[in-house]
Structure formats: C-alpha cells, structure tokens
Ligand binder design. Structure first.
Ligand code: ADP
Length: 544
C-alpha cells in the first residue's frame, strides 16, 4: 500500500520559487568587476525564467549541459536556475585549472553553449580551436561592456536575454533527472565528472542546513567566498535561498582586503571557504586593525584548518570557526564540527584541539571506517583507517566513465581520506591517503607536521611531503614560506618541532621557498611538490 501524500518531485527550481515568494525582501548583492548590484530573489527568479525561455528558444535539449566559466555573480546564478528550470544541466568550469584541463572537461561534457565572464574571454579564446562542440558563447555583461571576440556565436548576455519576455513555466522533470555537473580537479589522473540530480541537490541542501551543520536562517547575511564552480559552491546557491538568508556574491574579489570590506559594508553574519582565502583576511586585518563586526560564524574546509587560524579567529575577531569536510563526490557536504553537550563547554586549548576535528556527519551520510581489506574498524578515536561513505547525495558512478565499479559490496564510496572516529562520531582526518608519509612501515601525517610548523611565529605556510630514502623508504621533506621579514634557521625549526611531534617525524630536509604551489581550488598542490623533488634521494646525512 502506498502513502497518500502529494507527489511532489524534489526540484531545484522549487527552491527559487520558495525564496521569491517567502523571502522577497532578502537581498541578493552581486559584484562584477566594475559594479555592485543589489536585487532580491524575486528578481532573480524573473531573470531565471527568461534564461530558461531563451535556452529553450536556443534549442537546448533536456539533459544537455550548459557550461559556465564565471565568478560568483547574480547573472551566473540566474543561468544555473534557468538551465535547471528547463531541464538542462548546469556545468560550472573552474577557470583556475590548467587550460588543457578546461578544454578536456568542456569536450568531455559535450558542452555546446557556454556562459563566460568578460575576464575569462581570453582564456576561452586560447582554447577555441580545441573545443569540438561549442557553438555559442554568451558573455556575462551588457552590450556596452562586450569585449571584441571571435568566439563562436559570441553575444552579450543582456542582448541575448532581451529576445524573450519571461512568459515561461518551469518544466516538471523527474526528481532523479541530472541537474548539475562538476569535475574534480584532477589531482589523481584526468578530471572526473560528478553528476548531481535534482533530488540529491535538494536533499543535500536540506540536510546541510540542519542546526548542527550550516544552520542558516532568514536573519543571516551570507558572504559566499566559496566559488560557485567549486564543488557546487558547497550547495550555498540552494541552501541560502532555501533558508531565506540574504546572499552576497563577491565576484572575483576574494582577497583579504575585499572580503573584509564587503563583509563590513553589507553586515555579513556568515561566510566560509578554504583556509588560503581566510589567511588573506587574517593577514589584512592584522596589518590594518580592521574588522568585520557582524561576522559571527565562519565555515572553513576544503583543506585542514590550521590550528593557528582557529586561534586567530577566536582571539582577535571573536568569530566562531566551524571546521567542515566534504568533497565533490559527496555533494559536497560531509561533516561539520559543531558541539554536542559533551563538547559545548570546552574552553581554551581543549576547545581549539576539538575544533580541529572535521566533525560529525549529518543525516543522509553513513560512515564506515575501514582497513585496507575493507573490514570495519572501531570508533575509538585510535584506530586509523579509510573513511568510506554512502547515502543518497553521494556519487554512484562518474559521468562518461563507463561501468567501472566505484563502490564496495555494501555501497560505500572510499573518500581517499584517512582518519579516526571517536565514540561521539567525530571524525579526525589525519591525511589524504596519497599524502601520508610511510617511514620504515609507519605512517607520518603530513597534515600534523604542517600544523605544528605553522605554529612557529616565523612560518607563513608549510608543506610536508614524502621523498625517497634508501633505508626508510620515505622520509618527510618540509617546504616552508616565511612571513615577510621573518627569519628561521633549520636548528630553530628542529627545536620547535621536537617538543611537539615524535622524534622520528622530524623532517630529513627543509627547504625555504618564496611560494608554495596551490591547486585550482586553493589547496596545497602536493603532487606538484612531489614531482619537483622526485629526483631527490635523502640519506641520513641531511637530517635537520
Ligand atoms: P579536489 O579533489 O579537487 O581538491 P574536492 O574539493 O572535492 O576537490 O576535495 C575533497 C578533498 O579535500 C577531501 O577528500 C579531503 O581530502 C580534502 N578536504 C576537504 N575538507 C577538508 C578538511 N576540513 N580537512 C581535511 N581535508 C579536507
């Protein structure tokens, strides 16, 4: 016997209907390179309806991918919702990937229509002769700002949109229909496509806004410092309107000075992003003494949040940092470190140590800690194993990658992250499996080494990687960027580390560099570092 409730598919564009009707006065603030435009969800919906109508007139078919190469902005968001509302699939491209990867992804996804910010027109032009299917490029600007270009079918967005009147009704697709396509950044082989459905996005946006995850409300003003092209913008393009919070889309202004200025000007209460972005904010505010007074909660993830960062936000800004973990394959929200009754009262160093954990999974994510043979390990905060996940918002198969099995017999996906889980379900990630350093059969956590190095006042950024060693197989090499004007000798570093990590963890070599390589999502690029030092063979002679 079936239940007798209404058959109401979980569709992404329903989120915008809700926000426009229930929260018409909440603001949508959008920065382009030369302007800041204020509107609201009702105006966004009206624009998205026109996009949907115009895409239909353009001959875009249901299920077809509609690509975007753009920073966070209102036009970009209208394209997402417009594509969703006529049954197509939005497909954001990360402009910070290597150009060959961008071309590979466009071709692999079969993108025919591409929306691009004026700033990325030169990047697209440099790839134009390699793009096999693109037949129309819409530049996200008005006619006055349209750059000269010979990209196929190039037209400015406002002129393109002016050809329709918005008299359109959303298409009712199946809730399992494809909705959004995101490629991982290809740190391990070619980029892989993760294809979200309407249902998975709506479910994830609901579960990710539980009080113990983002917990956003209509009283919040959210500054979106996570790019929309990174892992579904952490689902904020859906979670924020669903909650009826105001949304600030800062364009490409993600430097510390801009974030501080934008957050103060609009009274942002919540923000989030990768640690590198928020390090810029800390550097700027330390130098100028400026603050973002309304900012209360900051979700930091994408890479481990360093201890020094947790401390600086707590002590200098009174901002609560909530450590979050996830990945493109998880939709992307996996866990958040919000308190339980047992941890709520923690204070001082105890609190900082607890905040470094990646937290607990919300409903709809099931976790398994497993050894290399796939056997479950205990949740005792000691046993270290592979973090496996399953649930309705987690990848089943990659897009266009054939039938290669991705899940184990129980339907779990191996995240590639290694860690522990405690009795209350709190995850602690010790490393990515491929970044661990295996010395004499024992594992050294590169993350823990980096964290401790960054506690030294002279250190700006640290990376620890494995290099070959004739006796121990691998030993740690540490690459350091010092703060401007600071000095640090190898013995000073060794002394600092020796009191904080086991002696056998001490790096065998230390190099001081001007800058460390980062991936297109702003994370330390350890693969490039490993390639760079691949020829090095450490011997016991060069121990620090
Ligand atoms: P990419 O693989 O392109 O970096 P993702 O954003 O999907 O793309 O990266 C997911 C990975 O980032 C996770 O598997 C994990 O290794 C790392 N990660 C994300 N958040 C955290 C965190 N809070 N602490 C440690 N690692 C994290």
């Amino acid at each position: 016997m079936l239940g007798l409730m209404q058959d109401w598919p979980l569709l992404c564009h329903k989120v915008l209907d809700h926000a426009a009707r229930q929260h018409p006065r909440r603001k949508l603030i959008s920065y382009t390179d030369d302007a800041c435009v204020e509107s609201n969800y009702a105006e966004l919906r009206a624009q998205a309806l026109r996009v949907a109508q115009r895409l239909t007139a353009e001959g875009v078919r249901p299920g077809e991918r509609v690509a975007t190469l753009a920073a966070n902005g209102a036009r970009h968001l209208a394209v997402w919702y417009g594509a969703l509302g006529m049954g197509a699939v939005y497909h954001p491209l990360n402009p910070r990937l290597f150009p060959e990867q961008v071309a590979y992804i466009i071709n692999h996804a079969g993108d025919r229509l591409l929306f691009v910010d004026p700033a990325y027109v030169p990047l697209l032009e440099s790839l134009a002769d390699r793009l096999t299917e693109v037949r129309r490029v819409v530049v996200l600007c008005d006619a006055a700002r349209m750059p000269p270009t010979r990209l196929p079918g190039a037209i400015d967005y406002e002129t393109w949109l002016a050809q329709v009147d918005g008299d359109f009704e959303w298409v009712r697709v199946d809730e399992n229909a494809a909705a959004g396509l995101f490629y991982t950044s290809g740190t391990t082989g070619p980029p892989k496509g993760v294809l979200y459905s309407h249902r998975s996005i709506v479910l994830l946006s609901l579960t990710a806004n539980a009080p113990d995850v983002y917990g956003l409300s209509a009283r919040d003003v959210v500054l979106m410092a996570v790019p929309m092209y990174h892992a579904n913008g952490w689902s904020w393009p859906f979670t924020v309107p669903m909650a009826g919070a105001s949304l600030i889309l800062p364009g490409s202004r993600l430097d510390g000075a801009s974030l501080c200025e934008i957050a103060s000007r609009h009274g942002a209460t919540v923000s989030g992003g990768v640690p590198t972005v928020w390090q810029g904010f800390l550097d700027h505010t330390a130098k100028t003494g400026l603050r973002a007074p309304a900012l209360r909660r900051l979700f930091i993830g994408g890479s481990p949040c360093p201890e020094v960062m947790l401390r600086a936000f707590a002590q200098d800004h009174g901002i609560e940092v909530i450590h979050v973990w996830g990945m493109t394959e998880m939709g992307p929200t996996g866990s958040a470190c919000t308190p339980t009754p047992e941890t709520a009262a923690l204070d001082g160093p105890g609190r900082i140590a607890w905040q470094q954990r990646q937290g607990r999974v919300p409903f709809l994510v099931e976790l398994k800690l497993a050894d290399d043979a796939g056997q479950a390990l205990p949740w005792d905060d000691q046993a270290t194993g592979n973090l496996n996940v399953r649930g309705p918002c987690i990848v089943r198969r990659y897009f266009g990658a054939g039938d290669a099995p991705l899940l184990d017999d129980d339907g779990y996906f191996d995240t590639g992250d290694v860690g522990t889980i405690d009795g209350n379900g709190f995850i602690r990630i010790t490393d990515r499996a491929k970044d661990l350093i295996k010395s004499g059969g024992e594992w050294i956590s590169s993350v823990a080494l980096e964290n401790v190095a960054m506690m030294h006042p002279a250190v700006q950024e640290a990376a620890a990687i494995a290099v070959r060693h004739p006796r121990w197989d691998e030993r740690p090499l540490m690459a350091l960027v010092l703060k401007p004007g600071a000095t640090l000798t190898q013995p000073e570093l060794a002394e600092h580390l020796a009191t904080r990590v086991p002696k056998w963890w001490l790096p065998d070599a230390v190099v001081f560099v001007e800058a460390l390589p980062h991936t297109a999502t702003g994370k330390l690029d350890k693969r490039r570092l490993r390639e760079h030092y691949a020829g090095l063979l450490l011997t016991s002679g060069n121990k620090i």
